[in-house]
Design a protein around this ligand. Structure first.
Ligand SMILES: [Zn+2]
Length: 267
């Protein structure tokens, strides 16, 4: 079940009871806002400060639990390409940080506070900087499109109930409710903030990602090559690589990604 803003064919099934509650709270109207990056209307009511608090906690947990710093060359490369993408995005106001974690999975994640983790397995898998730019463009794309805020807002509305949403909207008292939100989301803070994204979010991040890669002076087709190789890798292994479970690289997604690259302005 998801909450939505009822536009652009975004599926937004809500139970009658919750829908009535939301309407009574005015949240459905108040909570919807237009995203600058995507132009899409979003139900994203969790204040950025609350999201940042949760993400800071998640990042601290991740840093404490997972070794990093074993591959200085990979770390330097991640930072170099990461900053190119961030500068192209115009969101230099966030406290961006790029860390290579010493884990074998081929995966990467981003938190809404601008913290980006790439696993050593991913750094070994990417063939060139353009592929890495494709991955990082996608991750930064999630932040620009405010996907975490949207996802956490939806989860919260479903699991905590409209009274909390209402309180937050009315008073901005997110700090008081941060515990409830976190509890309702069942976090292990980290997993609450980096839950798999929905398919729509994946497609949207892909689209923003290739734009960012191009603006950063990288080859936007790097993302296509990366996800094609990931899909091939997935067929070879008994267990698909981790990145495919959170970023499924199936035929329709690859087709959409190729289309997004083809639609970029030339030159
Ligand atoms: Zn993603």
């Amino acid at each position: 079940m998801t909450y939505g803003c009822g536009r652009e064919g975004q599926a937004a099934p809500v139970s009658r009871r919750n829908l009535l509650g939301l309407l009574a709270a005015g949240a459905l109207l108040v909570g919807c806002s237009q995203n600058e990056q995507t132009g899409r209307s979003q139900f994203a009511v969790v204040p950025d400060e609350a999201l940042t608090q949760m993400a800071d906690q998640a990042w601290a947990d991740m840093r404490a639990q997972t070794p990093a710093g074993v591959d200085p060359a990979a770390q330097a490369r991640l930072e170099k390409i990461g900053w190119k993408i961030v500068e192209a995005s115009g969101r230099t106001d966030l406290a961006w940080e790029f860390v290579v974690f010493d884990r074998p999975e081929i995966n990467a994640f981003v938190l809404p506070n601008g913290k980006v983790g790439a696993f050593k397995g991913l750094m070994d898998f990417v063939q060139d900087d353009d592929e890495l730019a494709g991955v990082l463009g996608h991750e930064v794309g999630h932040v620009l499109a405010r996907h975490s805020s949207e996802r956490v807002s939806q989860q919260m509305a479903i699991e905590v109930g409209v009274n909390v949403v209402q309180a937050i909207l009315a008073n901005g008292e997110y700090a008081e409710h941060a515990g409830e939100i976190a509890g309702a989301l069942g976090m292990g803070a980290m997993y609450g903030v980096i839950l798999p994204y929905s398919r729509n979010h994946e497609l949207e991040a892909d689209k923003v990602g290739v734009e960012l890669a191009q603006r950063a002076g990288m080859d936007p087709a790097g993302a296509v090559r990366f996800f094609e190789r990931m899909a091939a890798e997935g067929e070879k292994r008994p267990q698909p690589p981790e990145v495919l479970s959170t970023h499924p690289a199936d035929g329709p997604r690859l087709a959409a990604l190729r289309e997004a690259v083809a639609a970029l302005p030339k030159g």
